[in-house]
Design a protein around this ligand. Structure first.
Ligand SMILES: O=C1O[C@H](COP(=O)(O)O)[C@@H](O)[C@H](O)[C@H]1O
Length: 243
């Protein structure tokens, strides 16, 4: 695991924007497409906005990107809670990724049908390879969830399905989410986490015993790829490795 600590969310977002730009460029020197699973939540918005700015935008071959999402709230695309909408607003409406390479999780059909369609799509992309995305960007909630893998839910232990959906009573909505088996096939997995509200949980996830029911982010362990944590000082404050 590689840990990167920055002063604050702004610096963290810049550091990660640099890292992603470099990773896209170096990956595309040996292959002709780059597959990236994007994260929702509030934390990556600054990163997405930066990637549209001079210094980043012109360095990224957007036409070679194939974009996916890690999870989705089953609300209409124009609902501000929709992860695809947030990414569209902050990033995708500003950059020339071909539309047929942008794979939103659909919320205009039922969540089960949407998960089944996404699973089929991912098998078309990755089924025979034994690998998956070049990059999965993840967030971590204050409660230790990642994707829509929430504490105490059976989905945390999913071993077969790559995509699933379920009703989340605490938020009164369905969720559609990738699972650990597909994420753990990825070449690079990057968690982006910031803020003091995540400090206690981050310590448990990185330095505590393996308790995935309580801290689902612990199930993300790429089998052959590399796991990175990009965190700010506030989130890292309780880590032994904090500098
Ligand atoms: O519910 C979600 O939250 C996590 C973390 O969000 P953040 O607001 O704390 O950054 C996010 O990764 C996930 O995609 C989202 O659905």
């Amino acid at each position: 695991m590689e840990l990167h600590i920055a002063q604050d969310l702004d610096q963290l977002s810049r550091d990660l924007a640099d890292w992603i730009t470099e990773h896209i460029q170096s990956t595309l020197e040996r292959q002709d497409r780059y597959t990236w699973s994007l994260s929702g939540g509030s934390t990556p918005r600054r990163l997405y906005e930066l990637l549209t700015r001079p210094g980043y935008k012109e360095k990224i071959p957007w036409e070679k990107l194939h974009l996916f999402w890690g999870d989705e709230r089953a609300v209409p695309f124009d609902d501000e809670r929709n992860n695809g909408r947030m990414t569209y607003e902050a990033l995708l409406r500003h950059v020339p990724v071909p539309e047929d390479q942008i794979h939103y999780m659909r919320t205009d059909i039922g969540p089960e049908a949407s998960a089944a369609a996404y699973e089929k799509l991912l098998h078309q992309y990755f089924g025979a390879t034994g690998t998956s995305f070049d990059l999965v960007l993840l967030g971590m909630g204050d409660d230790g969830h990642t994707l829509s893998l929430f504490p105490g839910l059976p989905v945390v232990h999913e071993q077969e399905a790559w995509v699933t959906s379920f009703y989340l009573p605490t938020q009164q909505m369905h969720r559609i989410t990738l699972t650990a088996p597909i994420v753990n096939r990825s070449a690079q997995v990057v968690f982006l986490a910031a803020g003091a509200g995540k400090a206690d949980t981050l310590k448990e996830v990185l330095e505590g015993p393996f308790r995935p029911e309580q801290f689902p982010s612990q199930v993300i362990r790429p089998s052959a790829g590399t796991l990175h944590w990009f965190v700010d000082k506030a989130a890292a404050a309780r880590l032994n490795s904090h500098t």
